[in-house]
Structure formats: C-alpha cells, structure tokens
Design a protein around this ligand. Structure first.
Ligand SMILES: NC(=O)c1ccc[n+]([C@@H]2O[C@H](COP(=O)([O-])OP(=O)(O)OC[C@H]3O[C@@H](n4cnc5c(N)ncnc54)[C@H](OP(=O)(O)O)[C@@H]3O)[C@@H](O)[C@H]2O)c1
Length: 220
C-alpha cells in the first residue's frame, strides 16, 4: 500500500522502517530539518518529496500521524483535509492544550480534529525502543499492538499493517471505549505494558463488556 508518514521520528520512523521492509511504498514528511528527512527516506527506500504533509497525505492511502501532541494542530493544518484517508494516530496526550475534556478519550478528541478521516489509533502504548526491538517476534512471543477506531474497514486494513510491521493486532473496539490504551501508565490499563495475543483476548472481552480488565501480564 501507499503509506504517508507525518512525523518520521522515533515512532513514525520505526513504523516506516517496518512497513518499508514489508514492501509498502512510503512517503515521509514533516520535519524542521528537510535534509535529515531526505537522508532517512534514502536509507529506507522511501520518498520524501518536498517534505510537505499535504503532499504525503495526497500520496498515501494510509496516513500515519506521529508527532508530539502539542505539534498536532500544526501538522494537521499542513496536511490539509484527510477526509476518506485511513489514518493511524500514534499520539499520546502529553503536552497541549488543547487537551480532551475529562471523560473523553484522546482518540475521540483527535478523530474530531480530522473530519471525514477513517480514523484509527495504534502503535502508541509501547516505547519506540521496545517496538524496534520486538517487531518481528514470532509465535506466542509476538507482541500486541492495540488498535481502536469506529470504521471497521479501516481497522481491518490497519490490522493487516500491524501484522506486516511484525506485531499482533488486538482490536479494543471504538474510539469512545479505548481509554485503557491511552496514557498515562496505570493499574487497570494496557498502556505501557507488553501483551501477547493470548493475554489480549480477555482484555478485549472485558473492555467490550464494560468491565475492568485483568491485571497486566508479566513475561519472564
Ligand atoms: N517515543 C516513544 O517511545 C513513543 C511511544 C508511543 C507513542 N509515542 C507518541 O508518538 C508521537 C511521536 O512521538 P516520537 O517519540 O516519535 O516523537 P519524535 O521522535 O520527536 O518525532 C516527531 C517527529 O515530528 C517532527 N516534528 C516535530 N516538531 C515539528 C515541527 N514543529 N515542524 C516539523 N516537524 C516537526 C520531527 O521532525 P524533526 O525532528 O526532523 O524536526 C520528528 O520527525 C507522540 O505523540 C508520542 O507521544 C511516542
């Protein structure tokens, strides 16, 4: 697929590396140092074009948005309309404002900032170093990337990309019910915790039933 990356830093650059290795076509964008962006694109066999988020969003069937929270308004303004695009939002609500009002997930808040986009959220719960180290694990060691969104077709595509990136997708449901995959790290949440597919299933069941999730697993 054609994948646009808006913010090819630690997380966005890692996703670009993983999806590029899986054969997807990439365009990187959004940097204060265009030469650095072009160099990374060269290393990954990706395009950088002019570095403009609008150009990348025009190229991508899927748009990965991976910028610091406080930079998101600027990145979205530069991207222009994302209506019809499958979006993967990796951001966490550190910084701001604007911040989601109490009781609203960051996913609901951000989806509203991208009108018409086929919004999903993923790749946000584990550190970039851990993601880079564990991508491609096989069998029952494969690490989960949680996923939420309100567009089932978009989530199906993103679940495939999560597999291609070397992880196991675990769909928590809609954006309104995904608080457990959002910052901060705390008991009763999956944010910041390693999960493998077998331990993800009871979490999905609990979230969908509106129950507290089981304690986070720990792996030797
Ligand atoms: N780091 C983690 O472990 C981690 C884990 C999970 C989720 N996340 C979330 O994922 C998102 C991205 O985090 P990250 O750690 O990957 O960030 P990062 O390494 O700082 O990357 C951010 C990217 O955005 C670009 N950028 C930042 N400000 C810009 C500006 N004003 N104009 C143009 N380009 C700009 C940077 O390009 P230049 O530096 O070249 O300008 C960089 O490529 C955040 O919302 C974070 O909360 C991070």
């Amino acid at each position: 697929m054609r994948i646009a990356i808006i913010g090819a830093g630690r997380i966005g650059g890692g996703i670009a590396r993983q999806l590029g290795a899986a054969g997807h076509e990439l365009m990187l964008s959004f940097s204060r140092e265009p030469a650095k962006l072009a160099e990374l694109a060269g290393q990954l066999g990706a395009r950088a074009g002019t570095g403009s988020p609008a150009e990348a969003a025009g190229f991508g069937e899927v748009v990965v948005i991976s910028v610091p929270w406080s930079t998101l308004p600027q990145a979205l303004e530069q991207a222009g309309p994302l209506a019809g695009k499958i979006v993967i939002d990796t951001t966490n609500q550190f910084g701001g404002p604007p911040l989601p009002p109490a009781g609203q997930t960051a996913a609901v808040f951000n989806a509203a900032r991208m009108p018409g986009a086929r919004y999903t959220k993923s790749f946000n719960t584990l550190t970039s170093a851990f993601q880079a180290e564990t991508a491609g694990r096989t069998g029952d060691q494969r690490v989960v990337q949680w996923l939420c969104g309100d567009d089932a077709g978009a989530k199906q595509v993103v679940a495939g990309l999560i597999e291609d990136a070397g992880f196991a997708p675990a769909d928590l449901g809609g954006t309104a019910g995904c608080a457990v995959m959002e910052a901060p790290r705390r008991p009763g949440a999956v944010y910041g915790e390693e999960y493998r597919a077998a331990d993800a299933a009871p979490v999905i069941e609990a979230v969908r039933a509106g129950r507290p999730i089981p304690p986070a697993p720990s792996y030797a």
